[in-house]
Design a protein around this ligand. Structure first.
Ligand code: 48H
Length: 258
């Protein structure tokens, strides 16, 4: 067999094996931004089979843009334990604030999630949910290759079953938005985030993180979009704490506490 054919066969064989292993998981995390990656590490640490689906071919969501493209981000002092769990270096900058490097934050959040056992697959867009009624619950997601969506081709999706879906898609809360629009019986509708009020936003985004309906959870900026909370700009402590909190909530609900 020529090398070209061997390369092709190995890639298809091993990627297909992964997909077959991940058609039914404990948790699907939608979005590999700061909230999704943090959640994935802590879920995996507790033994949940965790699949992260990311639309882009990169990690980190909004981290890479730093603050208006300045490659540094700010987090609050209370987030230190999370930074330390991931081995992310920080500078004590005074005023209870730590400054981190955006490239390091992206890389190490992703490495931490992967090293804990989360499977991250890029280039996949979640464009719908799977649901059941009596009682209403979300039981998985519909997935599509991102380039198919970008091209506008009509291609039907495939499905992943899960005990929990986490919407960590950021400002647009895409999973919640499609679920609310298509299944009004679920009884919620994202309100859209409000203008900047950083201190309040940082508290509220963590406080409101958690379950939306059975099987569907929310973390990160999607929490602000769901509940009409203010934005906070490039302070990322709330995103990391929200990711950790959703992992705690899911562990309590689905019964794997450490
Ligand atoms: C697959 C998807 C889909 C989809 C989106 O935007 P993110 O970084 O989200 P968070 O909540 O982890 O962090 C928010 C933070 O980056 C931010 O924007 C802040 C703090 N803003 C404050 C302010 O005032 O502006 O990451 C979401 C990820 C991205 O990588 C998307 O590509 C991905 O989710 N994604 N992946 N299917 N339908 N939608």
């Amino acid at each position: 067999m020529e090398l070209e054919e061997k390369i092709t066969r190995k890639i298809i064989e091993y990627a297909s094996r992964d997909w077959l292993e991940y058609t039914n998981v404990d948790v699907v995390v939608v979005g590999a931004g700061p909230a999704g990656l943090t959640a994935s590490k802590y879920l995996s640490d507790r033994g949940f089979k965790t699949l992260v689906l990311e639309r882009r071919l990169s990690f980190g969501g909004g981290i890479g843009g730093g603050g208006m493209l300045f490659h540094r981000l700010v987090v609050e002092e209370r987030v230190k334990p999370i930074l330390e769990d991931f081995g992310i270096r920080y500078v004590e900058a005074g005023g209870d604030l730590l400054v981190v490097d955006s490239a390091e934050l992206m890389a190490k959040l992703a490495a931490g999630a992967i090293d804990s056992g989360a499977r991250i697959i890029h280039g996949i867009t979640v464009d719908d949910v799977v649901y059941r009624d009596n009682p209403h619950r979300i039981t998985g997601v519909a997935i599509q290759w991102t380039p198919v969506i970008m091209s506008g081709l009509h291609v039907d999706p495939l499905f992943i079953y899960s005990r929990a879906v986490v919407d960590a898609t950021g400002h647009d809360a895409e999973v919640l938005t499609v679920a609310a629009r298509k299944i009004p019986e679920l009884g919620f509708m994202p309100e859209g985030e409000k203008s900047a009020y950083a201190e309040s936003a940082e508290e509220l985004v963590v406080e409101r993180t958690g379950k939306v309906v059975d099987g569907l959870y929310v973390a990160g900026m999607a929490v602000a979009a769901l509940y009409g909370l203010p934005r906070m700009g490039p302070v990322f402590g709330g995103m990391l704490l929200s990711g950790k909190r959703v992992a705690d909530v899911i562990s309590e609900e689905l019964g794997m506490n450490d």
